[in-house]
Design a protein around this ligand. Structure first.
Ligand SMILES: N[C@H](CCC[C@H](N)C(=O)O)C(=O)O
Length: 260
């Protein structure tokens, strides 16, 4: 079988994108998905995303981590899928689509930046050392000193596989406060089992956790990630977070086909 794919990246979080509106793709073939995401034997990507038809919305998003397993919501992947849908002329500059965590609205700006609405956050577990919340995917958020030199992979894996998060695990975000409206973060991603250059649901989780723990009172935050800059904005009312938007670049890199 020949598989046509498009490669996208959003602040360095990269994805193999496939137009699966004909439902040709063998979704149950975990090995194939992991192979396509392999950076040496395949195309390479942190994940693989299928664009599918949906009766009620513009399209459906199906997300797989690079380990080949279907997973929870991917914020950067969602933004890349909106850019992909526009390239395929499935949408123009605004859309509503369905993903594993529900409905998402998104807009594509003149400058190409994609702003994606994320699910509301009403529960945040806060301890003296970290916060835990779900922004479509589970996220552990922890401030560390000297983030630039921090061993994200080793320390991230230890928490992700430790007793805190059991079989489900979690994505692990390490944070540094730059100023009242700017934070840098590095993320160990579940299902990639390594640090990625960015994590959209992670940046969203960091922004909300920094507000919830009093590190800032701002409701529009700049998140500096290894692969670029993301902006997260939200409303907060009595600890409930709504109108949460993740904004940033979502760029087409190349297209190709692969025989499998
Ligand atoms: N690895 C995550 C899903 C992808 C999240 C990330 N790529 C994003 O941009 O949100 C998980 O299994 O929970």
């Amino acid at each position: 079988m020949q598989i046509e794919f498009y490669k996208y990246q959003g602040t360095g979080n990269d994805f193999v994108m496939i137009d699966n509106r004909t439902t040709f793709f063998p979704k149950e073939n975990t090995k194939l998905i992991a192979h396509l995401c392999d950076r040496r034997f395949g195309v390479g990507g942190d994940g693989l995303i299928l664009l599918e038809n949906d009766s009620e919305t513009d399209f459906k998003m199906v997300y797989y981590n690079s380990d080949g397993n279907q997973s929870s919501m991917c914020g950067n992947g969602g933004r890349c899928l909106v850019a992909f849908a526009k390239k395929l002329q499935v949408i123009d500059n605004t859309t509503t689509f369905i993903a594993t965590d529900g409905l998402h609205h998104a807009t594509v700006a003149e400058n190409g930046l994609v702003s994606l609405q994320m699910i509301d956050v009403t529960t945040i577990a806060i301890t003296p050392d970290y916060a835990f919340l779900n922004t479509g995917s589970p996220h552990h958020v922890q401030i560390v000193a000297a983030l630039a030199h921090y061993n994200v992979k080793e320390n991230g894996a230890a928490i992700r596989y430790g007793e805190l998060y059991g079989k489900e695990g979690s994505n692990i975000n390490f944070v540094h406060k730059i100023d009242e409206t700017t934070f840098s973060l590095r993320t160990y991603e579940r299902g990639v089992e390594d640090e990625t250059l960015a994590c959209g649901t992670g940046a969203t989780a960091v922004a909300i956790a920094m507000h919830a723990t009093g590190q800032t009172t701002a409701t529009t935050l700049d998140l500096t990630v290894e692969g670029g800059e993301l902006v997260v904005s939200f409303d907060e009312n009595q600890g409930k977070y709504t109108n949460i938007f993740l904004k940033g670049p979502a760029e087409f890199v190349f297209k190709g086909s692969v025989g499998v």
